[in-house]
Design a protein around this ligand. Structure first.
Ligand code: NZQ
Ligand code: ZN
Length: 405
């Protein structure tokens, strides 16, 4: 096994019965809270009233910021931080999906450092890695997708430059997160599908590129993938089933907490580098949807270069029970079966189905290389150049069932 570090400081509270314990933990860190929400789903569903009542019971003063967009926009984050500074808040509570949680971390950093703008701090910009700290952040995730409730990452969008880029610090990791499946029964089908695709990506990225040195990381990752494959259709058929919602939620938290890669050779998150460039170009594209479009093309591209074929074949054996007599055949069969699963679950599309025109492929590939490769080819068990990325984008054109639902 290779050397690694694991540091998960987040106190995780899972389930309805953990509500009081979570809010008690928040009350130990905050008397003046900035509560950050998205475009209104938590108020329409009534969840917000429940949270506000818990905070009021503990005499925590609340400033509410509503309006974080999906793929959170830098300027909105700047506005929220300004409000938090004016109100003298001492902590930030994120109540929403990955976009709200990511925005909350960035807001907490800006307030702590008394800064006005987040965009200069993201990867590819001049002040990257220069943030000094952040206010304490707590989170209540309302999607099963990003694991932002435990990660150090905040992914920020800037539509004015067609950019999307992360800012990551250990001090962004939430000190407490409440995972309440009851808040997930209202997630629309499309967002449920997108989230499942994102969970899957967080374990498959390094599963493919990280080698064979950590059998436990493999079994752990396969457990997450199997849970997603089995549970997504169940949750779509019965959206109000809290047990299914809980399975996806816990899978999402477990998928991106460093345990999933522990002991393997570290690798970059290729699919994420490409997808962030895509949703940077089209701000309306959901992260998980972009990933789903890339899966079959990326897997086939790897096979064509004889890379990670043994790992694709292992997935065929472990996830679909395929006989592993010949790795090339088993890997190809795995890709076909996985593509079929994507189709059956409304996740199989081409890039043009999501309004990314072929004429833009070169520009988006160049962005991925400039920002995520810092001007050099990406590394996917060997070089991945801008023209390779364009080729992968082109390979998506033969996929799909038309517009997403
Ligand atoms: O804004 P509201 O009104 O809340 O509606 C949201 C939004 O329209 C809605 N929604 C969320 N929870 C709901 C709900 N609707 C009904 N009931 C609920 N319980 O869903 C829509 C999408 O929300 P969003 O937060 O954008 O989705 P997701 O959780 O997938 O987050 C995506 C963002 O996270 C980043 C992505 O790049 C993207 O910007 N990521 C963050 C990561 C991290 N911090 O570690 C890692 C990931 O790989 C990812 O890059
Ligand atoms: Zn992701």
């Amino acid at each position: 096994m290779n050397s690694f570090e694991v540091h998960i400081p987040t106190h995780i509270f899972f389930g309805k019965e953990k509500k009081a314990a979570f809010f008690d933990a928040v009350s130990l860190r905050s008397k003046q809270l900035l509560l950050v929400i998205g475009g209104g789903s938590v108020s329409k569903t009534g969840y917000l009233d429940e949270v506000l009542a818990e905070l009021a019971d503990r005499d925590i003063k609340v400033t509410l910021f509503e309006g974080i967009e999906p793929n959170p926009v830098a300027l909105t984050i700047d506005k929220a931080a300004q409000l938090g500074l004016e109100k003298g808040v001492d902590a930030v509570l994120a109540f929403g999906g990955g976009s709200v949680m990511d925005a909350s971390k960035a807001i907490a950093g800006l307030i702590h450092d008394r800064e006005n703008e987040i965009w200069p701090f993201v990867l590819g910009e001049p002040r990257y890695k220069t943030m000094r700290g952040a206010l304490p952040v707590a989170a209540i995730p309302t999607t099963a997708a990003t694991a932002s409730e435990v990660t150090p990452h905040a992914v920020i969008s800037n539509p004015s430059v067609k950019g999307k880029s992360p800012v990551s610090y250990p001090f962004f990791k939430p000190f407490a997160s409440w995972l309440n499946p009851a808040f997930h029964t209202s997630i629309p089908a499309e967002t449920t599908r997108d989230g499942a695709s994102d969970i899957f990506s967080h374990v498959i990225e390094n599963y493919l590129l990280g080698g064979n040195d950590s059998p436990l990381a493999d079994r752990y990752s396969e457990g997450v993938m199997e849970t997603v494959i089995e549970t997504l259709p169940l949750a779509i058929a019965e959206p109000g089933n809290e047990a299914y919602r809980g399975r996806l939620l816990w899978a999402s938290t477990m998928a991106l907490n460093t345990m999933q890669v522990a002991g393997r050779v570290p690798s970059v998150f290729i699919l994420h580098n490409l997808e962030h460039a895509l949703s940077g170009y089209n701000h309306q594209l959901a992260h998980g949807r972009g990933l789903a479009i890339l899966y079959p093309a990326y897997f086939k591209w790897l096979m064509e270069r004889d890379r990670a074929v043994d790992r694709l074949a292992l997935l065929g054996e472990r996830l679909f029970g395929l006989d592993r007599k010949n790795d090339d055949e088993t890997a190809a069969e795995f890709i076909a079966m996985f593509e079929q699963w994507l189709q059956e679950n409304g996740l199989c599309h081409s890039l043009t189905d999501v309004d990314i025109p072929e004429e833009a492929f070169d520009e988006i590939a160049a962005y991925a290389i400039r920002v995520y490769g810092v001007g050099k080819p990406l590394n996917a068990c060997g070089e991945m150049t801008a023209s390779d990325i364009t080729e992968i984008f082109r390979m998506t054109l033969s996929q799909g069932q038309g517009e997403p639902d």
